[in-house]
Design a protein around this ligand. Structure first.
Ligand SMILES: Cc1cc2nc3c(=O)[nH]c(=O)nc-3n(C[C@H](O)[C@H](O)[C@H](O)COP(=O)(O)OP(=O)(O)OC[C@H]3O[C@@H](n4cnc5c(N)ncnc54)[C@H](O)[C@@H]3O)c2cc1C
Length: 387
């Protein structure tokens, strides 16, 4: 009797490994393929400054982070709490840190989290094909290229989880688009990326300095938060949240450097002081805010009204986003319109697309990984229901 072909998952990142767990747990034969020598390279990069797995925000507020209903629906089916319960069953305890971010307990390094997950997949008899790049897809099998050999791997169902197009050293090189010449694939663009500032504005002295307790204005958006100046421009959560506007062409960014005071009270304060430098010190602005104001032309700096206006609405010109390879995530790839609610492609038989290779967006704070886990769960459940 012919052996049943396995469910093949291409991409051993968090989305693919989640699907592999739920399918193999249900007794299905699962093969995971990855072009790198090990699993989860980007997952480990994400863990460099603390592995922020998900977020403890109330579920409605959590769901509001995703612009697309299909992603919200997936997260409802496999919620942040479901994820934490599952990881706890795997022996990976989590805790809630600042701003609701959920991390593995401090005694567990990201590599230990990944190793634990991989051990369990191995005990569930998942087969791994590393250093194996998927170079072609047919209706019965996928073709894998390993250094010198080419092999055919038949499948019963296919799950693609080959990632977006940033940090290509981790394997997420976006080259999978060549596998699907007949599909309409949306161009990749950076998301959750830093802002490059117009280099005619000389802010080198600011490199490495944080800008705290300020409010950012761009287009119709207004965001509070903390950022840091870099050699190219600005990085930080509020900047990432404004990426969508820069992608659409907005360039003007304004910062309220003293949101706790009105322009009128600042003018009153400046007019009373001996000179602007002393007045600014009394206002307890941070070093970066002071340097920004000191970069203004002298006639503005010594003019109380003009200086106050700049303090309330300091203009910066954004020339674009950081290069795509340095972005935390990317948008573009397979359109959600081409997938059903289980992430199965309308035009391809028995084929699912999950994780960052699909065109959806979310901010940092654990929302990217949670969507990848939820999409992996949902695709696995849909396949389990078919047989
Ligand atoms: C610096 C940084 C920090 C981050 N911090 C966070 C955070 O704190 N919280 C958060 O939620 N998210 C964070 N992320 C985002 C998160 O890591 C990604 O969203 C997530 O890894 C995407 O998972 P994925 O499974 O879709 O794809 P990936 O993790 O990108 O995995 C895709 C896999 O597919 C393989 N592959 C690609 N093409 C082929 C092919 N043709 N054949 C075989 N294999 C192939 C690749 O080798 C890779 O292993 C961060 C990302 C970065 C870069």
């Amino acid at each position: 009797m012919d052996e049943v072909a396995p469910i093949v998952i291409v991409g051993a990142g968090p989305a693919g490994l989640t699907a592999a767990y739920f399918l193999s747990k249900a007794g299905k034969k699962v093969c995971v393929v990855d072009q790198k020598s090990r699993a989860g390279r980007k997952f480990l990069v994400a863990g460099h400054n603390g592995l922020n797995l998900t977020n403890n925000l109330d579920l409605d507020a959590f769901l509001a982070k995703y612009p697309d209903e299909i992603i919200r629906k997936a997260v409802r089916q496999f919620s942040p709490q479901d994820f934490r319960d599952w990881f706890s069953d795997l022996g990976i305890a989590t805790y809630v840190g600042t701003s609701g971010k959920v991390f593995p307990i401090p005694s567990l390094k990201p590599i230990e989290v990944l190793n634990r997950w991989m051990q369990i997949l191995e005990t569930q008899d998942v087969s791994f094909y590393f250093n194996s790049k998927c170079i072609q897809v047919t209706e019965q099998d996928i073709i894998l290229e390993d250094k010198n050999t080419v092999q055919h791997l038949p499948y019963s169902h296919l799950i693609f989880a080959t990632g977006g197009k940033s940090w290509k050293m981790t394997g997420s090189d976006g080259m999978w688009t060549r596998l699907f010449p007949s599909l309409n694939i949306l161009p990749f663009q950076p998301s959750n990326a830093g802002f490059v500032l117009n280099h005619n504005q000389n802010y080198q002295k600011l490199e490495g300095l944080p800008l705290k307790n300020v409010v950012f204005y761009m287009g119709e958006m207004q965001l509070k938060g903390e950022v840091v100046f870099t050699s190219k421009g600005l990085e930080g959560a509020p900047i990432y949240a404004l990426n969508q506007l820069v992608r659409k062409g907005t360039r003007a960014l304004y910062i309220d450097l003293k949101p706790t005071m009105t322009a009128e009270s600042i003018i009153g304060h400046l007019e009373k002081a001996k000179n602007p430098t002393t007045a600014l010190k009394e206002l307890k602005l941070g070093k970066a805010a002071l340097l920004l104001l000191k970069s203004l032309p002298k006639e503005t700096f010594v003019h109380a009204t003009l200086l106050a206006q700049h303090m309330k609405r300091f203009p910066l010109e954004v020339s674009g986003l950081y290069p795509i390879d340095r972005a935390i995530s990317t948008v573009g790839g397979i359109s959600l319109l081409d997938l059903n609610e289980h992430f199965q492609h309308h035009a391809l038989n028995r084929t699912f697309f999950i994780g960052e290779m699909v065109d959806w967006d979310a901010p940092t704070g654990g929302y990217l990984l949670q969507a990848c886990f939820s999409m992996g769960f949902v695709a696995a459940q849909a396949i389990l229901k078919t047989n």
